[in-house]
Write a protein that binds this ligand. Sequence first.
Ligand code: PMP
Length: 1000
Amino acid sequence: MPSLSLPSELELVQPTPPELGPADAERIARDAFGLTAAARALGSHQDRNFLLDRGDGAPLLLKIANPGTTSAELEAQSAAAARIAERAPGLRTPRSLPVAAGGADAADAAGDADAATVREIEEDGQRLGARVLEFLDGGTLSGGGHLSPAVVRGIGELAARVDLALADFDAPGVERPHQWDLRRAPAVLDALLPYIGDAELRERLAGAAREAWAVVERLAPELPVQAVHGDLTDDNVVWSDPRTRLPDGIIDLGDLNRGWTVGELAITLSSLLHHDGVDRRAALRAATAYHALRPLSRAEAEALWALVVLRAAVLVASGHHVVATDPGNAYAAENLGHELAILDAATAVPLAVQTALVLAATGHEPDTLGLPAHVALLAGIRPEEIAGIELGTTSSALHGGRWLEPDAESAAARAALAAGASAALTRFGEARLTRSAPFAQEAPANVALGVELALARPVELLAPWPGVVTAGDDGLELRGDGLVLRLDGAEAATTAEASDAATGAPAAGHVARGAVIGRAATQLAVRVHRDGGPGAPWFAPVADAAGWLALVADPTPLLTGAAATERGAAGSESARELIARREAVFAEVQEYYFEEPPAIVRGWRELLVDADGRVYLDALNNVTSIGHAHPRLVEAVTEQWQLLNTNSRFNYPAVVEYAERLASLVPEPLDTVFLVNSGSEAVDLALRLARAATGRRDILAVREAYHGWTDLSDAVSTSVADNPGALASRPEWVHTVDAPNPFRGPYRGAEASRYAGEAVAEVERLAAAGTPVGAFIAETYYGNAGGIALPDGYLAAMYDAVRRHGGVAVADEVQVGYGRLGEWFWGFEQQGVVPDVVAVAKAIGNGHPLGAVITTKEIAAAYRSQGYFFSSAGGSPVSSVVGSTVLDVIREEGLQENARDTGGYFRERLAELGERHPLVGAVHGSGFYLGLEFVRDRETLEPATEETAAICERLLGLGVIVQPTGDHQNVLKIKPPMCLGREGVDAFVAAVDRVLTTGW
Ligand code: PMP
């Protein structure tokens, strides 16, 4: 390590100014700055800060520096703030007031870079520098709470803007010896390490710092140096919008200093690492955002993570030093946990791995490891005898949920051997679905960093390159050419065999290329990693996989003689590309879920799987009523496709059987079925039937509803979340009544019975006005509003009134019907009514396009006046088989009962969340149609709209897929496949609990 002038121990401790109270602050403000203001003490680590309120709504900050800070340093800080304010407009920066200004206009004079800002005062015999600064309101990102990707990007951008603004800044007080200057890290650590009592931690920290410094020292000549903020951390950035917490200002230039520019970013990154859910990979978003504004050179990118490690080491060591020398310092003691968390996160993978990830994230080609010249590893098995087996997310070997079976991998290998291969070989770098687990909050370690071979017969192993062979518990290792070849499952060759090698191997484990080094009987796992470095695991999470290529090489060429496996883009990258392609070809109005949607490639029961093998709990897909990829449905559809698929003008059994079954599900007098392809079509047809039957055009609908996208179903949809202009743009024949929401509508709780009265009055008014309604349409349980039960008696009163005036009652059961409510198969049963026309879709096809209208013979007959009815694919043989199979599964697997029981448990668990988290305003719903409503205030019920969106984004990261609903988009609509079990419920609740506890 270079010899830097060691800071003396005293310099390591910042001297604090004398105790000063608000009265002192008011006096100083008046005497030194001519300001009349009421002062309030604010916390500070090393200075004394007071908020000065002059009664004009523009508070100022009186900052009395510790006696160790010179006036030149303080002036430099003021000038740097002025420079940042000038060069980075829009970035809030606390500028200092010139000492000459004072008085009411003081704030206007802030930021004159040349004016003196420091007033030297004397208190208790100490000379102290006092300044008055603009006060930035808002909050910081302090604490260990979660930071959203946008916030993480925001802080990275902010660091870049500060560095760009200060790039050519200089002032006499900028250059100073400083314990936080990473250029001095070795000396600082030498001085601080002895204060770490725990020898193991001390050694670990020293080792990590040594390794990091070796990297930095090599690159140091290429690292630009400039004036930097020096402490641009979560504690020292501020936001003004509490909903987004996007940092838009910086505070505390007390560590302004010259240093490596990239060191600034390293300090910023390290401060993110103790936040819940912000790991090394997430923190790289800040580096990418920084890089977009101030590109990092290759040397800077290579040094970045080493500097993060050094910063973490200095933080931990310094924390121990403060605690050791100031045992009463509770703040420092508490901080030790955060600091250690930063070190743990910074060193969670080898430095070379993380550095490769930084390089990749900043567009620099990362280092990779290749194989040397070699001969084949296997003697007696030719490459063409080796069958590749696929264990990735789309592998057909893993259909039907086989990926969840513990022996899925060996079963795939056995199948390949049974088909005649001499060996079955797994893929290097593949994200294996077999290593993924359901209900996990963290992404799995599933990317293979080696390969495995299943053998039909024993095989001899040859040294691909010369080296030294050692035998261990798991198998053999060959060291040579700077690499370690690990052969787990191999047995060492006898000495006779080893020395038998034609090339003549020297003794003591040395072997020549091509020498027999061992034998494998049935299994062999092969990995190549760099010698002398850290070992590598067999599997790594996708987010780290590209980094591990700096340390491990693809062993496939040793086995097949082919070139190394071409590494495809990680799933997350292909997801980004996919979205870009989609945006190019789709209309913008066809929205997608999530800011960065994963590429979903597989579904199984209540689970979805992305291209990286990340498994999500699907709490959203009510369409998939019986679960994703249900084997019975797959089989029935496959069979029917092979037999026949045609249209319902032909005579075939499937459509008749299905229509009979649908008719048997509804009460008298409903007995006639139309089959279509979607909910929109079903609603559209239901309304046309009503119009035909009544000869009337006017329709009454409930507000906040969504009924579909076709002209007619859209006409009765007034959800402003789906269409902000909905209410103002209805045709004159569409009339609406209040959404009967007993939680947040005009009538709440017991008052909710009044909705029916008002809605009936509207039916009567329309009749009296000469525009009696032909149809009244409503969801029978308010799905779109968040799973809210209609008030008791609501539909009974409305159906009665509508029929009294000659209209038809249309029930939209598209979302809530078909057993999902648990207690009731149809939503209208909950209301104790029988509609005249029922529209149903979604769940009936389990995702296959299928919709139905069920009505009376009489109403159906009225359609004659419109011509004849035909839908090309509606009720096709395949669709009909889908419909019948879905019904079979719902009945035979007891899915409605499961919705009732597991749904009841779900509701209880959500209610428990409400007891602990004030954001929860209400739990709505029944069975597997639940709504978790978020409010900012339980009195005003102010909807927590932005929070709900951000919560959904964070839940995705924790493996849960759910979305908002309702006019305010503040209700989590929870409507999972009906096969969901308690384990899934617990996983959902645990993830929501974590998000509500640690932030979003
Ligand atoms: N009615 C309701 C209540 C719905 O929620 C929807 C779809 N969200 C529809 C009708 C329209 O169904 P589809 O998307 O199948 O056309």
